[in-house]
Design a protein around this ligand. Sequence first.
Ligand code: IMP
Ligand code: MG
Length: 173
Amino acid sequence: MEEKIRVLLKEEEVDQKIAELGKKISEDYAGEAVHLICVLKGGVFFTCELAKRITVPVSLDFMSVSSYGADTKSSGVVKIVKDLDEPLEGKNVLIVEDIIDSGRTLSYLIQILKKRNPKSIALCTLLDKPERRVTDVKVDYVGFNIPDEFVVGYGLDYAQKYRNLPFIGVVEV
Ligand code: IMP
Ligand code: MG
């Protein structure tokens, strides 16, 4: 079945916001290097576009996590499906996410990555749904705060579809 997709954020708006975020990050990390951690799969489009807009030295690594079954979800425990290739010791780590919803995934991820002794750790998300937060998580860079609607595009999927849309849309069922 084809769902209807309503445009929430146009391609130009998203691109412009990513350019702004890249500029801000470049200023904040001036004189330092930044190690971007892309949270797969949703974060991949955002990570690539953001990395292109950062002017300080950038290195990249990738990680894939999944939530345990619904019954254990409230514990906030996530499973590492694919771990990073490189150590974080002494690096300025910037986690790059597509969206923060309940905040469970990120608060758990930050906890595990902090144990690997990075020099610093920060979080950047393209989208945030603050209304949905159940676990407190400090977000350093936010592209857009959006209402509580299910969105797709720019890496975000609905049943693995629509990740390739160049804009952010709302699925209307
Ligand atoms: P949470 O913050 O731990 O609840 O989970 C965030 C994850 O849920 C994101 O990384 C997405 O993979 C997924 N997610 C949350 N809201 C949406 C949405 O509106 N569209 C697509 N995926 C979403
Ligand atoms: Mg995600």
